[in-house]
Design a protein around this ligand. Sequence first.
Ligand SMILES: [Zn+2]
Length: 177
Amino acid sequence: MNTAAGAAALDAAQVWAWLGDVPDPEIPVISVVDLGIVRAVDVTAGDACTVTITPTYSGCPAMQVIADAVTEALRSHGVAKVTLVSQLSPAWTTDWMSETGKAKLKGYGIAPPQQQVIDISGLRGGVKRQPMPKLDVICPNCGSTHTQLTSQFGSTPCKALYKCIDCREPFDYFKCH
Ligand SMILES: [Zn+2]
């Protein structure tokens, strides 16, 4: 293997790899890259780069912590100048989360984001109405879909608190946006 020499110019792929080691402050098992919030890496000079980050939702309180962690990680790898750009549009979507990230979330006991399923069974009769789109959140403990929303806000505003009816375990669900 030919490892980069000290004098080698900064390489965007290398920066991505380093960022892959920066954990999300709220869910430390997944990296900021797995979370899908790092949108772009632009190497602007031999020791400088610009990192574009889209917060999971605007006003996410963890963003400053994430920005600091990213800057610190890259500086520790010798990147002298780290410029962070916060890009709000297009808005982050859970589709940007990697499959690895979703698997790690599940392993951590957090139900990964799922596509919302609109239950139209009630519409067939033409009388019943569904007040809300139905979302079958899968319990990360036992895999049951018999789960119940306990609170819109879990341990952080990005998560909702659910309870499994089958195994009775409460768990966090990473909300879709
Ligand atoms: Zn369960």
